[in-house]
Design a protein around this ligand. Structure first.
Ligand code: HEC
Ligand code: HEC
Length: 228
């Protein structure tokens, strides 16, 4: 909070200086300059993305250039919901005390400040996602689960929260799934099922997966990889 206050004070001082400089100029010139400055003030995201890109150098080895990881057990981050990404990094940072404990990401997240985390989240969210392929023999079962759930075990369909194209829900910070490596997705479903990952608000994911079979998880993960 302190930091925010300081930033706002600085912006006011900058504004005062700005008006002192432009007061002798003609009206049209003033107007266009004011617009440029107003945009810079209300939209400070640009610099966050630039800082995030710098910070991402330590992530490239696993999450790939442009947020597209090559190894299928490491998640693609490109185009993911920024609020969701930030939440995950904060959770990793809590380490074994947290609800998403992963040794590798713990070591990395513990070095990141709150502002590093939001800059990285904005950067990865700004990148273009890629789509993979669904295996032919997984398509039917995968699609049925994704779109229809499983009535017999009262399992809600994935589509109701993650959307028809797997884009997630921006405002509710429900993650995009579309195009994600199926091995990574499968592993996360297993982790939710075993409650190794329990950072899902209201047990939203744990309630869904707790009676899913291994084959169903593999099929839906493969369906998601080719979904767009
Ligand atoms: C040594 C490899 C490695 C490096 C380097 C690395 N990560 Fe990760 N990252 C992983 C693995 C493995 C996972 C999956 C963890 C799990 O299973 O919960 C992951 C998961 C994540 C997730 C969760 C994604 C999701 O869809 O839920 C985020 C966000 C993330 N990493 C961000 C970063 C950032 C930012 C950096 C750099 C500051 C970074 N990672 C560096 C291996 C790495
Ligand atoms: C009731 C809403 C809801 C339904 C239905 C739902 N999800 Fe989710 N899902 C969520 C939320 C919320 C999260 C984010 C949890 C978090 O913050 O860690 C999530 C996270 C995930 C993740 C982790 C993504 C990542 O990058 O690590 C996967 C994978 C996933 N869901 C797959 C599925 C599949 C497959 C189905 C259907 C079988 C499904 N979900 C149904 C709400 C839902």
């Amino acid at each position: 909070m302190d930091l925010l206050g300081e930033k706002d004070d600085l912006r006011l001082i900058e504004l005062n200086q700005f008006f002192a400089i432009i007061s002798p100029m003609n009206f049209h010139y003033k107007l266009s300059l004011c617009l440029v400055v107003a945009l810079a003030i209300i939209n400070p995201v640009y610099s966050d993305v630039t800082k995030g890109k710098e910070l991402s150098e330590s992530c490239v080895a696993c999450h790939g250039q442009n947020g597209i990881s090559l190894n299928p057990v490491w998640p693609k981050l490109a185009g993911q919901n920024p609020k969701y990404l930030a939440t995950q990094l904060h959770e990793f940072k809590k380490g074994p005390e947290g609800k998403r404990n992963n040794a590798v990401m713990y070591g990395i997240a513990m070095t990141l400040s709150d502002s590093n985390i939001s800059d990285l989240a904005e950067y990865y969210a700004s990148l273009k996602p890629t789509i993979g392929l669904t295996k032919d023999d997984q398509l039917e079962l995968g699609r049925n689960i994704y779109r229809g759930g499983n009535m017999e075990i009262k399992m809600q369909a994935c589509i109701s929260c993650h959307g028809p194209n797997g884009q997630g829900n921006y405002a509710a910070a429900i993650p995009m799934l579309s195009g994600q490596h199926s091995q990574y997705t499968y592993q996360q479903l297993k982790n939710f099922q075993a409650s190794k990952r329990s950072n899902d608000y209201n047990k939203m994911m744990r309630n869904i997966v707790h009676r899913m079979t291994d084959d169903e998880m593999k099929a839906v993960a493969s369906y998601i990889e080719g979904l767009y």
